[in-house]
Design a protein around this ligand. Structure first.
Ligand code: FNR
Length: 378
């Protein structure tokens, strides 16, 4: 309301309210290394493009005179009432973008009551980010370490620090072929990783011959080794269940059969996601697979969605196609690059305001009123 009314009264906002222009201006601010760490995608970028095309393939059909003046954006996700069906996706090594990194993001998210999912590859510790989040909902994303002791240690720390929901990312058991990162030797990423969560973990450090402070390249190699490989299976999800007492959400589901396996594994949620097109090049747009997955398992697990969400209309479309809530990645990373906490808050407020207005102007008062009836294929 504030941004919108100020705008109507002639006040120019601190940063652009347009996601595309925000990306352009992040490019100018960040320089090529950090910018391409965020903007880049796998291979030719076809999957990242497919994510946007998938949204463009649906059109909202607005309804009139429905009395949508009063709107309620709240939804219940995994037993918690959220102010809106939006979360901040896990994004690693945020100190590349702003020195306050995840601390700034956690504060901005907490201020608006929006959950922020902290990445295993974060550049601030689990405990410091928990303190920055205050009373807000705490979600932790796991890159599943090969060493069970390291895995148990990280999960134990997250539980002790008050994180309730565990998001297990399945699609990144090794980093994809990402030409933009390879061309610069992954340097911005590696510099950031030197401060990432595993480096502060006692079980991880116990496996190193030399402290990371004294031999960072060696520690990074162990980090890569620790988080690379497919010796995990659906059966081994039981290990995570033994070490986590809250809801578990599997991130990176794209196939209906995998969604069914997630149900059989007894998890509470899934994120239909292709990692923002950063893993498999030439893959299907994430929104293209959402309706089939929601139809198959939507009654048995909570279906969340990400990859390509940029606008309020995108949130309307994803919800209408069966998502309970969406996660956004790159847009808030660009906000962080613009102004730390203030920038993330700005991006979130813009997205929520845009969603609120689009929901109302298309004739709906709440997320619950959105269904496939609201959309037409292009
Ligand atoms: C990511 N993503 C990600 N996912 C995850 O599970 N752990 C992580 O550490 C990261 N790191 C990361 C860094 C950057 C720079 C980006 C852009 C993305 C993926 C992220 O959670 C989410 O799936 C996508 O960003 C969603 O797509 P959009 O919103 O960026 O299009």
């Amino acid at each position: 309301n504030e941004l919108y009314l100020q705008g109507l009264a002639g006040t120019v906002p601190p940063f652009t309210t347009d996601p595309e222009r925000l990306e352009e201006s992040a490019r100018e601010r960040l320089g090529p290394g950090p910018f391409w760490y965020v903007a880049g995608a796998a291979g030719t970028g076809a999957t990242a493009r497919a994510n946007r095309e998938a949204f463009d393939a649906w059109r909202i059909v607005p309804r009139m005179l429905t009395d949508a003046t009063e709107r309620h954006l709240g939804v219940s996700v995994l037993g918690t009432e959220l102010p809106a069906p939006v979360l901040l996706a896990p994004v690693g090594v945020q100190a590349i973008l702003h020195p306050d990194g995840e601390l700034a993001t956690a504060r901005a998210a907490a201020d608006l009551g929006v959950p922020f999912v902290l990445s295993t590859a974060a550049s601030h510790t689990i405990e410091d980010v928990a303190a920055a989040a205050g009373d807000a909902a705490r979600w932790f994303q796991l890159y599943w370490p090969n060493d069970p002791d390291v895995c148990a240690s990280i999960l134990g720390r997250a539980r002790a620090a008050g994180y309730r929901v565990l998001v297990v990312t399945l699609d990144t058991w090794t980093l994809a072929w990402r030409p933009r990162d390879l061309d610069q030797g992954y340097l911005p990423f590696l510099r950031g990783v030197g401060t990432a969560i595993p480096f502060s973990d006692p079980a991880f450090r116990a496996g190193l011959a030399v402290a990371p402070e004294d031999d960072l390249p060696m520690a990074i190699l162990r980090w890569v080794h620790m988080f690379t490989g497919t010796d995990k299976s659906w059966d081994r999800l039981g290990f995570l269940r033994e070490h986590w007492d809250g809801p578990i959400v599997l991130k990176g589901i794209q196939h209906v059969d995998d969604a069914r396996k997630a149900v059989d594994a007894g998890v509470q949620g899934i994120v239909v996601s292709n990692h923002g097109g950063r893993q498999v090049d030439g893959a299907v747009g994430s929104l293209d697979v959402l309706p089939g997955i929601a139809d198959a398992v939507g009654e048995r697990v909570e279906v969340l969605f990400d990859s390509g969400v940029r606008s309020g209309a995108d949130v309307v479309k994803a919800l209408a196609l069966g998502a309970r809530a969406v996660l956004v990645g790159r847009p808030f990373a660009y906000g962080l690059a613009h102004g730390g906490e203030v920038g993330v808050r700005h991006v979130l407020r813009c997205l929520l305001a845009d969603f609120d207005l689009t929901l109302g102007l298309s004739g709906h008062r709440s997320p619950a009123e959105l269904s496939r009836e609201v959309l037409r294929p292009r």
